[in-house]
Design a protein around this ligand. Structure first.
Ligand SMILES: Cc1cc2nc3c(=O)[nH]c(=O)nc-3n(C[C@H](O)[C@H](O)[C@H](O)COP(=O)(O)OP(=O)(O)OC[C@H]3O[C@@H](n4cnc5c(N)ncnc54)[C@H](O)[C@@H]3O)c2cc1C
Length: 505
């Protein structure tokens, strides 16, 4: 039988309150008797996990159970965003679904705060927790492609670049994000934008099925035919309903060489370029994806970059991109026939692991001139070398599904605007975060909801709720059915019915 002890157990009883100050009583209470491990519940309560319970879990796991001090613990708790230096009480490094079932059952039985880690790229550090259980899926790496059925099956530790390389060996691909070291599962469950999304829809629109372990610990398949309610929810509802252990994707014939690359303009042309871009992007064919970025180049020069990719023939791409390439003389035109896998990894080095990052983002129904003026002014006056403003291209096939076709409701968005900053020294954190927040105050009124995969550290519960829009009530019903005690709360959290306490993390 599983045994759980609160901190205020025997250690505290042994102390006479009259003889010690309160701080020392609490410190003594927090000191584990024997080898017990302090941990934190989802509600933020301190508990102790006993060694026998932990050893019993270790014995059932094919992967590894890592505790502080174990070889590999520090490596496993590290996530992409270096701003999050958290220490889970235990890390279950799962080797397969059976391990995930054990971990979920353990987490539920002990009421633990649970974080689920795939590729580790959560901007807001949701895949690592302080004092709880981290369910680490990063070792689950299998990919199987069936070229005849144009289908792929992925385990949840697969990164986008690994998926692209495997599928492109057969001239196939599906929508994946633009940085190849991002996790495929996390990206897909929240929606999934990328260079192919205007042609083939979101990554989640290309899901055919998932295997999932909800809070009850049972193994479920979700597809159009099996548990269709859950299948609806995992396509945009993020990690709210359970741990996904396999994803089945529809693939498409893509490339392997596509017309794509970067166009650079001088910052002095930023307003003009953005105005042209706003109209050009609105009328672009589905095959064309163009993201625009205000950024500082490695030589310190500030510039406007347009990252383009055309997922059709090279000739059709040349025709589609001509107006953009000819409307003004660019600083650099690096658009050329390029292997798709290279386009997908060209910007990887701009997002190194371990730096600290902070973002704010929101969906746009168009790029208004007033917004252009605001963001260009803020960018011009920014004292921060790593501050970027990104306009990500949406529309096309994404917008042809109804807002309630899947849990992803923002089908009418034409772009996302992202304000992003990064720093290496802790002393620079405040200045970077403040700059993004202050800029966000002027940008937010132009936006309409945000992308759950770009959850900021300080998102309010109200904003999360508003964000799911008309799909929210259906998501609450699903959450209540599959995770009634909110075991999976480290995400853009949908609270089950009757539970409205924000979690501490
Ligand atoms: C550098 C960078 C580039 C990005 N580019 C894009 C882009 O082009 N397009 C785009 O759409 N998004 C993009 N994103 C956002 C990205 O989609 C999210 O950060 C996403 O959550 C990353 O998934 P992950 O598995 O790497 O993250 P993790 O941090 O491992 O997971 C994030 C969250 O996803 C959930 N989760 C992950 N795996 C599972 C699972 N198997 N089962 C249940 N829940 C799970 C959990 O709630 C977890 O907290 C980018 C992010 C970064 C950092």
């Amino acid at each position: 039988m599983i045994k759980r002890r609160a901190f205020c157990g025997s250690a505290l009883a042994a102390i006479t309150a009259a003889s010690l100050p309160v701080s020392r009583i609490l410190a003594a209470a927090a000191t584990p008797v024997s080898n017990d491990i302090p941990a934190v519940t989802g509600a933020g309560k301190q508990i102790l996990l006993t060694r026998p319970d932990l050893e019993a879990l270790r014995a059932t796991i094919r992967g590894a159970l890592l505790l502080s001090g174990d070889e590999g613990y520090d490596r496993a708790r590290r996530v992409w965003n270096g701003a999050f230096d958290r220490r889970p009480a235990l890390i279950a490094r799962c080797a397969g679904s059976a391990d995930v079932i054990q971990a979920v059952n353990f987490g539920r039985a002990h009421d633990l705060l649970v974080a689920v880690r795939g590729g580790g790229h959560s901007f807001s550090g949701q895949s690592v927790c302080e004092g709880g259980l981290m369910i680490d899926l990063s070792a689950m790496k299998s990919i199987r492609v069936d070229p005849l059925r144009q289908t792929a099956w992925l385990e949840p530790g697969v990164l986008l670049g690994e998926f692209d390389r495997e599928a492109q060996a057969f001239g196939l691909a599906t929508t994946a994000g633009t940085i190849s070291h991002t996790g495929a599962a996390g990206l897909t469950l929240g929606g999934g934008f990328g260079r192919l999304c205007r042609k083939y829809g979101l990554a989640s629109d290309n899901l055919r099925s998932v295997d999932i372990i909800p809070a009850g610990g049972q193994f479920l398949k979700a597809s159009i035919d099996d548990n269709p309610d859950l299948f609806w929810g995992v396509r945009g509802g993020g990690g709210n309903f359970g741990v996904v252990t396999s994803l089945e994707f529809q693939l498409h014939l893509v490339g392997p060489t596509l017309l794509g690359g970067a166009l650079l303009f001088h910052l002095a042309q930023a307003r003009e370029v953005l105005r042209f871009f706003a109209e050009f992007a609105a009328d672009a064919p589905d095959e064309l994806n163009t993201d625009l970025i205000l950024l500082t180049l490695p030589d310190g020069q500030r510039a406007v970059m347009i990252d383009a990719c055309f997922c059709g023939t090279i000739e059709a791409g040349e025709r589609a991109l001509r107006p953009l390439r000819e409307f003004r003389k660019p600083l650099l035109d690096a658009i050329a026939p390029t292997p798709y896998v290279r386009l997908q990894s060209d910007a990887d080095a701009d997002f190194p692991h371990g730096r600290s990052y902070y973002i704010k983002s929101g969906f746009l129904r168009g790029i208004e001139h007033a917004l252009i003026d605001e963001v260009v002014s803020r960018f011009e006056s920014s004292p921060l070398p790593a501050f970027k403003v990104v306009f990500v291209h949406h529309g096309g096939a994404i917008g042809r599904l109804r807002h309630d076709a899947t849990a992803f409701s923002h089908r009418d968005a034409r772009h996302t605007v992202i304000l992003e900053s990064a720093w290496d020294n802790r002393s620079d954190a405040e200045a970077n975060i403040e700059w993004v927040r202050n800029t966000w105050r002027v940008v937010e009124p132009f936006t309409n909801g945000f992308y759950v995969n770009e959850l900021a550290t300080d998102e309010s519960e109200r904003r999360v709720r508003t964000n799911y829009g008309a799909n929210y009530d259906r998501l609450v019903a699903l959450k209540t059915k599959y995770d009634p005690n909110n075991l999976f709360r480290m995400n853009a959290n949908v609270k089950p019915r009757g539970m409205h306490q924000p979690h501490a993390s």
